[in-house]
Ligand binder design. Structure first.
Ligand code: DX5
Ligand code: ZN
Length: 217
């Protein structure tokens, strides 16, 4: 299991030290939540901030774009230093085109699905995806409660990925804690995002260990 801490719950005034602390705690990924106030009812940051973060960190930048029509900005996020760009299926009319744009820009393509969106919507894209993100809360805010039916969706997606021989990773985002980590990993999650349940419990090296031990249960 890979843990991808969500910077949404970090100290925005001290991102440089937060990024350093993650790296020192043995994390390899960091989850960057981009929100536009349209697709979701909240606004965070965009390419200029990610570019500034890139200058301070070698972590794998797992960029979750919660923005309308993200195809307009793929090159900007790639230039800013994104490693993976994840777009919402619900925000793209031509999802295949946007995934190709991401790959052409030299980044790993991923698609996120809101809680109500069926996994079938990305069946034909699986061969070209590096990752599928299952939202386990309605996107927009940290600290929300995990929606239980996500667990069924996760099993369904895992079976679909296995059946078609795809290498796509499954990421779960929203309300993830050390308590639900064992079930999520058993159901097929490869990457877990954690915001409030990670940053709220320093030191990060200990919290990372707690999640990894839960994943091995
Ligand atoms: C929610 C974001 C998540 C958020 C998760 O819209 O996509 O990445 O930071 O936060 P927690 O782990 O607190 O639910
Ligand atoms: Zn996210």
């Amino acid at each position: 299991m890979i843990l991808s801490p969500s910077m949404l719950s970090s100290d925005f005034a001290n991102m440089e030290s937060e990024l350093k602390a993650l790296q020192e705690a043995g994390l390899e990924w960091v989850h960057l939540d981009v929100m536009d106030g349209q697709f979701v009812p909240n606004i965070t940051f965009g390419p200029p901030i990610i570019k500034a973060m890139r200058k301070k960190s070698n972590l794998f930048f797992d960029c979750h774009l919660m923005i309308e029509d993200p195809g307009r900005y793929i090159q900007d996020f790639a230039d800013a230093g994104a490693d993976l760009i994840c777009v919402h299926a619900e925000a793209c009319t031509h999802l295949e085109r946007v995934c190709s744009q991401i790959a052409d820009a030299g980044c790993k393509p991923a698609v996120a699905l809101n809680p109500h969106t069926t996994v079938d919507s990305i069946r034909y894209l699986l061969p070209q995806l590096h990752m599928v993100l299952l939202m386990s809360v309605n996107p927009g805010f940290g600290g929300q409660k995990f929606i239980p039916f996500t667990m069924d969706k996760l099993r369904e997606l895992k079976a679909m990925i296995t059946d078609c021989g795809s290498q796509a990773l499954i990421q779960v985002d929203g309300g993830v804690t050390p308590e639900n980590t064992p079930d999520l990993v058993r159901a097929g999650a490869d990457v877990l995002v954690s915001g409030s349940a990670f940053f709220g419990f320093p030191p990060y090296s200990q919290r990372h260990k707690t999640f990894m031990e839960a994943a091995a249960k």
